[in-house]
Design a protein around this ligand. Structure first.
Ligand code: NAD
Length: 348
């Protein structure tokens, strides 16, 4: 395969970042787009030079020839559309999360495996040079033993997409998911979680109309990575302002490191230099990494026949952590996490 043909579903906000990025890929061609709102599909096709537009995924699967299904629809639609695409023999790259329950996510991963297909889930944070640098620092023991980390990511909440505030939405699935992916990627799979979570702002104005929010918009999640390694994620749609210049901190017995910027848009790694007794900024170049580059990356891996660092197993693990957090918060209990994953070395 020289180039991967992509069929994209969901021509909303995020597709406006994926489509221009994919247009610059040497390994992928978007050959079809679809949206339940046909006017959006047609507009996207026209703006981005895509040959075919459809008003539902089944018609796109029947009417277009492609290799990779790119799912950028609203979260509540992810499971069903991923299932349709896998059943039709397509590889899948899905915006987060791959499904909204762990059981559904597990069934999708198993379906992909038994069908000889790949299923990948955003976010692609493990691909950034800053992630690789932190991984080397932590695994190489440059900070001693890193037993503690914290991360925070929030904003005031999307002004579009009522589903962000419905039962399958919320700030943990939309925003905290980045930090959970980074923390489990760097400190290892979670063994258990404890969370506090709730809906702090019940009335929201979305797409120009008032709605009653039921999704949690304020979550504090504690993760036990085993071996007395703990991290926490604070995330919400209730943050009017936040310092995003140091959004994650990794604290070791012999040093510490901060991620500068957010993990989806990293700007460097700040390391405590014990010899000089000062913070030293390193790894400031993103080398082309951006949060919307995951689909182009997996297309490159498919063409080159290399194993991507991103895996369905990691996406599924992150989904289990987030769904376990919901149960923990609702019932006031620590929840075990059963799934696991392995993170390979960078390949492409
Ligand atoms: N907007 C962002 O900045 C951003 C950034 C990163 C990730 N994401 C993720 O991207 C996904 C989409 O977010 P968004 O902000 O673009 O949402 P959006 O509401 O702007 O767009 C979603 C689109 O999906 C379409 N859709 C819904 N169900 C469908 C179905 N069954 N078949 C075909 N089309 C369907 C809707 O009509 C809409 O056009 C979410 O998973 C979100 O978490 C969004």
């Amino acid at each position: 395969m020289d180039r991967v043909r992509i069929g994209l579903a969901g021509c909303g906000s995020v597709s406006g970042s994926y489509l221009p990025h994919l247009a610059g890929s040497a390994y992928a061609d978007v050959v079809a787009v679809c949206d339940v709102d046909m006017s959006r599909a047609e507009r996207s096709a026209e703006q981005h030079g895509v040959a075919q537009a459809f008003d539902d995924v089944t018609s796109m699967l029947d009417g277009a020839e492609f290799d990779l299904f790119l799912n950028t629809t609203a979260m509540p639609a992810h499971r069903e559309l991923n299932h349709l695409a896998l059943t039709a023999g397509k590889h899948v790259y899905c915006e987060k999360p791959i499904a909204t329950s762990y059981e559904d996510g597990l069934a999708l991963v198993e379906l992909a495996e038994t069908s000889g297909l790949e299923l990948w889930g955003a976010p692609n944070v493990v691909l950034s040079p800053q992630f690789a640098y932190l991984r080397e620092l932590i695994h190489g023991r440059a900070l001693g033993r890193v037993c503690a980390a914290h991360a925070s990511y929030g904003h005031a909440g999307p002004s579009w997409g009522p589903w962000f505030y419905g039962k399958d939405g919320g700030s943990l699935f939309d925003l905290g998911v980045y930090n959970v992916t980074t923390l489990t990627g760097l400190l290892g799979p979670a063994e258990g979680v404890v969370a506090l979570s709730g809906t702090a702002v019940a009335e929201r104005e979305v797409d120009g109309a008032m709605l009653r929010a039921v999704a949690d918009d304020n979550t504090m999640l504690l993760i036990d990575h085993g071996n007395t390694v703990f991290s926490h994620v604070q995330t919400g749609f209730v943050y009017r302002a936040q310092r995003g210049d140091r959004s994650m901190e990794f604290i070791g017995t012999e040093g510490a490191a901060n991620l500068l910027g957010y993990d989806w848009g990293p700007a460097g790694v700040e390391v405590w230099d014990t010899a000089s007794g000062a913070w030293d900024t390193r790894c400031e170049d993103a080398h082309g990494y951006c949060w919307q580059s995951g689909a182009a990356y997996v297309a490159e891996c498919l063409v080159k026949g290399v194993e991507p660092m991103m895996t369905g197993a990691h996406a599924l693990h992150v989904l289990e952590v987030m769904t376990a957090a919901k149960v923990s918060a609702a019932h006031g209990v620590r929840m075990p996490v059963e799934s696991t994953f392995e993170l390979s070395a960078p390949t492409a």
